[in-house]
Design a binder for this molecule. Structure first.
Ligand code: TYD
Ligand code: MG
Length: 458
């Protein structure tokens, strides 16, 4: 008889014939649980040798219109959703505890309700009174959003079945408890089962569901990445605690572009949308100073200028510090190495601090040149021309590579009053719209052109 592989690991999906504390395949602890007999039957004999029925196949073309969408009327949110909330879709909104997810979703719930959707908000973390107090503080107490505080998934689904809302908000998925699963709320199998039930319920009933998920220290939505695969759209709500900016980022979207962002500002009365983030991110900029560079970036489909700051100081220790906020530490090490190897600008014995102003997180390689410029500017104690923006990717050879959406970057820079761009050599001529384009082919040439020849600097 074939082995009964009814124990599976909820982290990696490996199947075992008996329970164990640690999964042999992926090393996770406490992830193995019995899943009931596998329906696929003995391994090697497909589906136990039984025949299913043939599937009707169709063309790719369809007469069906696109699924209906409802806009919140908040441009920053609608853009991230790809043009509004899609009927019968499942969304996951992740973010650190305390970052503002509940506030965002209560405000969104009120907006959708105002635009004609029947909205139910289920809080598993706060009492009804707490959510009502928040609603009052946000000035939303008159909104027709229906509210309950509950964690029992069976009761929640029954309520949704009778109430038939267009949108249900579940805050949070980690607090949900399905009585069919024999483990504590927040455990991987509970979260997975709850998310699966809610998602398939939403698809069956034509309801949209938004689930809140807390994020672990490592940045994954707590427990199972499987939830990310189940849903149509994954949004992350991010920002630095000490800053008032918050960014809603689409990391996956079956109904729109991924990597799209919406920018919000935290206020005493909740989140306010920020239509012109470049102006906001640059508003705190003081006088042009050594180590400060304006980077012309792109987030999703929208250009965004921000300030990159570097500080370089003699290190008191044998192991100089490399501290970076808002950018990738590995990428910083690479830029430092290229500056040293290709341009003769050494950082040995110096502490290096790099910061993206305003709590923004940048992942574009196009920021390489702006980072290098900030580092050299800080080290040489020489400010860059204040009217210039900088962008470009740096290769290990020290060559500068052109980046995508050059035109959009230039336009945004010009809109904010900048008159020149320091950037990689373009393959073909580009409409500059009156901007002075200082095109450079390699990093050494850039350092020399901006900070003077090497001999003069030493
Ligand atoms: P909350 O929405 O509860 O965060 P999360 O659900 O992600 O854990 O917000 C955390 C705190 O921040 C809460 O005390 C309210 C406060 N807050 C504001 O005062 N203004 C705002 O605009 C936001 C978003 C939050
Ligand atoms: Mg919350």
């Amino acid at each position: 008889m074939a082995k009964d592989l009814s124990f599976t690991c909820s982290a990696c999906g490996a199947a075992f014939s008996k329970w164990a504390g640690q999964c042999e395949a992926c090393g996770s602890w406490n992830t193995i649980a019995q899943e009931g007999p596998l329906s696929t039957g003995p391994v090697g004999k497909t589906l136990g040798g039984k025949r299913g029925k043939g599937l009707p196949l169709t063309d790719l073309a369809t007469e069906e219109p696109d699924p209906p969408r409802t806009e919140a009327g908040v441009e920053e949110l609608d853009r991230v959703l790809g043009g509004g909330l899609v009927k019968a879709s499942a969304l996951l909104v992740g973010g650190d505890p305390g970052i503002g997810k509940s506030t965002l979703l209560l405000q969104a719930a009120a907006r959708f309700a105002r635009n004609g959707l029947k909205v139910i908000y289920i809080s598993g973390e706060e009492s009804v009174a707490q959510v009502q107090m928040r609603a009052r503080r946000l000035g939303l107490e008159k909104s027709p959003v229906r509210l309950a505080a509950e964690t029992n998934l069976r009761d929640i689904l029954t309520t949704l079945e009778t109430e038939k809302p267009d949108l249900a908000i579940i805050d949070s998925i980690q607090t949900m408890w399905a009585d069919t699963v024999d483990s504590a709320p927040g455990s991987v199998s509970q979260v997975r089962a709850s998310a699966h039930e809610l998602t398939s319920f939403a698809k069956r009933k034509g309801m949209a569901v938004i689930m809140v998920g807390h994020v672990t220290k490592e940045g994954a939505i707590a427990g199972p990445r499987v939830v990310e695969h189940m849903v149509d759209t994954v949004l992350y709500f991010e920002g630095e605690r000490g800053h008032q900016f918050r960014i809603l980022r689409a990391v996956k979207n079956r109904f729109g572009p991924a990597d799209e962002i919406g920018v919000f500002e935290m206020t005493g009365k909740g989140l306010a949308e920020v239509r012109n983030p470049s102006a906001l991110f640059l508003s705190e900029r003081g006088k042009p100073a050594p180590g400060s560079v304006v980077f012309a970036g792109i987030e999703g489909t929208r250009p965004m200028l921000c300030e990159i700051q570097a500080l370089v100081a003699p290190s008191p220790t044998a192991q100089p510090r490399r501290s970076v906020v808002g950018w990738d530490g590995g990428r910083l090490a690479m830029i430092l190495a290229v500056l040293e190897a290709r341009c003769g600008v050494a950082f040995a014995g110096l502490d290096v601090y790099l910061n993206v102003a305003g709590g923004l997180k940048i992942s574009e390689p196009a920021a390489d040149l702006a980072v290098a410029a900030a580092l050299v500017s800080a080290r040489e104690d020489a400010a860059l021309p204040p009217e210039a923006v900088v962008f470009g990717e740096i290769s290990l050879s020290g060559a500068l590579r052109p980046v995508v959406q050059t035109e959009n970057r230039l336009k945004e820079a010009q809109k904010l009053g900048f008159t020149s761009a320091i950037m990689p050599q373009l393959a073909k001529k580009q409409a500059s719209g009156g901007m002075e384009l200082r095109q450079m082919s390699d990093l050494a040439g850039f350092v020399e052109a901006i900070f003077g020849p090497r001999g003069a600097r030493e």
